[in-house]
Design a binder for this molecule. Structure first.
Ligand code: UGA
Length: 441
């Protein structure tokens, strides 16, 4: 099928590439000329394992092209996806200006019947606004082309996006039009093998499904962080508690890892946006407010542990920080817990030597050059002259350090483990002090 995708960010680029990979003819549109030129030369603007060779192969095969020419792209697609950003505006609601601008562009150029699909994470009711914007432009042109607007939220995770897209656990299609549903079922047929993954529902339920999924996952994390905070006070170890509850299939092993708080471009923004949507409809979503509140507090928790260890005197100390990205396998630092920690350390007069396998350039872009930050090119280099080690992101390569050597390099012989990567006894038996999340020490 012929597919057009507006937006070459995470969702648009990964979706377009995966659709091309199963044989569809995909045109991706972006207003950013430099980005489009780069993509046509095989320069991938994001770090995502496995994506680059796929983009290159499908581009070379002529199934995946990038353009700034919206009119030609609209003429191309039997299905036109909107996959542009929805950043939060001042009050936390999702800002629809990019989505609606694309809708207007579609209305300005549409010449033949099409299915327009919202893939961006958008509040309930957005499909109606998209439909109205397209219809308004068509009316202005005096054109009478039929079109349908469907919702098809994306559930891919950064760092594992290609896999999530190629092997989805469900494909949610929100539409009441038989034509649109049939067309999307055909589009997704290559991903719907072995068992039925397509769930068809009305548009509003599909829009809410996306927020419900992310809010549920964020709730699991904040819940575990709350249990960790209780564990710390009552002298229990949350890691034992986690193992004690995860085997219950009603609870499950996923997303019950306590830590330094959740970050990224989705959970913080989506929980806040759902909270706002509820308020706009006269309902105070108390649980969502608490999920956000616990997470805000949790992002400051590592610094509290550091303050406690140093009796509030961290001025002049140097902290080695392992991990800056909001999670492993990405260079993304949006809403990352590391950002809060670094700021708190700097405000308290401490210095930071940080290492992240992928996010160094991003960290430099965010923080620039400053005397109290050294961006190092290895985990070991970050330890040079450091007084303490703080682990913020659970990259695989941080999992099994040589604790005896760590004891030698870290002047104050202390580790603050923001992701509970280490066994406290093992660390302590090497002569280092250990602080984890919710471990009573
Ligand atoms: C999340 C969802 O997992 C995807 O399903 C969804 O499609 C995506 O948002 C989106 O809306 O686009 P992502 O933001 O890439 O994906 O990252 P996650 O792997 O979900 O991690 C989010 C944060 O939660 C990270 O900071 C991670 O460290 C934290 N986390 C995760 C925990 O603190 N504990 C856990 O047990 C799991």
């Amino acid at each position: 099928m012929r597919v057009t995708i507006f937006g070459t960010g995470y969702v648009g680029l990964v979706t377009g590439t995966c659709l091309a990979d199963v044989g569809h003819d995909v045109v991706c549109v972006d207003i950013d000329q430099a980005k489009v030129e780069g993509l046509n030369r095989g320069v991938i603007p994001i770090y995502e394992p496995g994506l680059e060779p796929m983009v290159k192969a499908n581009h070379a095969a002529g199934r995946l092209t990038f353009t700034t020419d919206a009119a030609a792209a609209i003429a191309h697609g039997d299905v036109i996806f909107i996959a542009v950003g929805t950043p939060p505006d001042e009050d936390g609601s999702a800002d629809l200006k990019y989505v609606l601008a694309v809708a207007r562009t579609i209305g300005k150029h549409l010449e033949r019947p099409a299915v327009v699909v919202n893939k961006s994470t958008v509040p309930v009711g957005t499909a109606d606004k998209v439909r109205a914007a397209i219809a308004d432009e068509l009316r202005t042109r005096g054109t009478d082309v039929t079109f349908e607007v469907a919702s098809n939220p994306e559930f891919l995770k950064e760092g594992d996006a290609v896999n999530d897209c190629m092997r989805p656990d469900r494909i949610v299609i929100g539409s009441s039009s038989t034509m649109a549903v049939e067309r999307l079922k055909r589009l997704y047929a290559p991903f719907n093998r072995n068992h039925e993954r397509i769930v068809v529902m009305d548009v509003r339920s599909a829009e809410l499904t996306k927020y419900a999924a992310n809010a549920m996952l964020a709730t699991k994390i904040s819940f575990m962080n709350e249990i960790a905070n209780i564990a710390e006070r009552v002298g229990a170890d949350v890691e034992m508690v986690r193992q004690g509850i995860g085997s219950d299939p009603r609870i499950g092993w996923h997303f019950i890892y306590p830590g330094a708080g959740y970050g990224g471009s989705c959970f913080p923004k989506d929980v806040q946006a759902l909270h706002r949507t509820a308020l706009q409809h006269g309902y105070t979503a108390q649980l969502l407010g608490a999920v956000e509140g616990v997470n805000e507090q949790q992002k400051g928790h590592l610094f509290e542990l550091i303050q406690r260890h140093y009796d509030g005197n961290v001025a002049g100390k140097t902290f080695a920080v392992w991990g800056l990205a909001f999670k492993p396998n990405t260079d993304d630092m949006r809403e990352a817990s590391s950002r809060r920690l670094l700021q708190q350390l700097w405000d308290a007069g401490a210095k930071v030597r940080a290492y992240d396998p992928e996010a160094t350039a991003e960290a430099h872009r965010i923080f620039g050059d400053r005397d109290d930050l050294t961006l190092c090119d290895s985990a070991r280099a970050a330890l040079a002259d450091a007084d303490a080690l703080v682990v913020v992101t659970e990259w695989k390569q941080f999992r099994s350090p040589d604790f005896a050597r760590l004891k030698q390099s870290v002047n104050d012989a202390v580790i603050f483990d923001g992701r509970n990567l280490y066994h406290p006894d093992e660390v302590e038996s090497a002569g280092l002090a250990y602080y984890g999340i919710g471990r009573g020490r």
